[in-house]
Design a protein around this ligand. Structure first.
Ligand SMILES: [Mn+2]
Length: 268
């Protein structure tokens, strides 16, 4: 039988919750927190979206958002080590770097040492984003945009014809944008891998571009947590040091059974 991957891990890495925005999946994340625990919890940036909270249109602080913050603080109080590395959307919190607030350590970035001795540079990653926020939507163009564009192309072409305009391919434009996004993501990954190497780390753990990934680039591990807005992913470290990306919110059938039954039992 398949079951949701629940249990207590050595470490848990989450990023890009964007609490305070309408798109935030706070309910889903609360459900995740009820089932998953860890000795060390890293909050890897863009946890609370102060940018959009200021906007009447996109910002919305709901009770679930407050509950998430409360649950995380409770984890710190009940003995977990909780590290908060602010991202660009919660950069206001960077002024507290070096301090511990409500049991939560605020850091600019961190070196995490795995159970197997591997060293990970943990950073949100926005400082390596050369074209800023464009990354997020460009990355998603690849996923949904192209199909939509092909569909839209037909109507756009008809509209332009009606307006007496020259044919212009929207889908070609999107194809170009997708290529740009792929290049962009590549550049972003390369920059993070280089930063990890410069810091003497074996791998980098980051977020920011809402694009979960786990692979090796020139001998350095590249682990992108993803986000809890669209991808609903988190990274966990097992007790033997093995890293795994968890996808949450999908059908339980789609999630492979846990290989550590005692963890599932603990969480039940
Ligand atoms: Mn970010």
């Amino acid at each position: 039988m398949y079951q949701l991957k629940t249990g207590k891990y050595r470490s848990l890495f989450v990023s890009d919750l964007h609490l305070g925005t309408r798109g935030s999946q706070a309910d889903l994340f609360l459900d995740f927190l009820r089932r998953v625990d860890a000795e060390t919890i890293y909050l890897v940036g863009d946890i609370v979206d102060f940018w959009r909270l200021r906007s009447r249109l996109f910002g919305k602080w709901r009770s679930e958002h407050r509950d998430v913050v409360r649950r995380l603080v409770e984890r710190a109080r009940s003995g977990a080590r909780v590290v908060f590395i602010p991202g660009n959307h919660d950069a206001d919190a960077r002024r507290y770097v070096g301090r511990t607030i409500a049991g939560v350590e605020v850091m600019r970035d961190a070196i995490h040492v795995g159970a197997d001795g591997r060293r990970y540079l943990v950073t949100h990653g926005d400082e390596f984003d050369v074209v800023n926020e464009r990354a997020t939507w460009l990355a998603h163009m690849g996923d949904y945009g192209y199909a939509l564009a092909l569909f839209g192309n037909t109507y756009l072409a008809a509209a332009r014809r009606w307006l007496g305009l020259r044919y212009w391919s929207f889908s070609n434009w999107v194809k170009h944008k997708v290529k740009e996004a792929v290049n962009f993501i590549g550049a972003y990954e390369d920059a993070l891998v280089a930063a990890a190497r410069a810091r003497g780390a074996d791998a980098v753990i980051c977020g920011h571009i809402h694009h979960p990934a786990m692979r090796d680039i020139d001998g350095i591990g590249y682990l992108n947590i993803g986000d809890f807005v669209e991808s609903c992913t988190a990274l966990v470290e097992h007790h033997d040091g093995r890293m795994e990306l968890l996808h949450w919110g999908g059908a339980p059938e789609a999630v492979a059974a846990t290989e550590e039954p005692e963890l599932a039992a603990q969480a039940a």
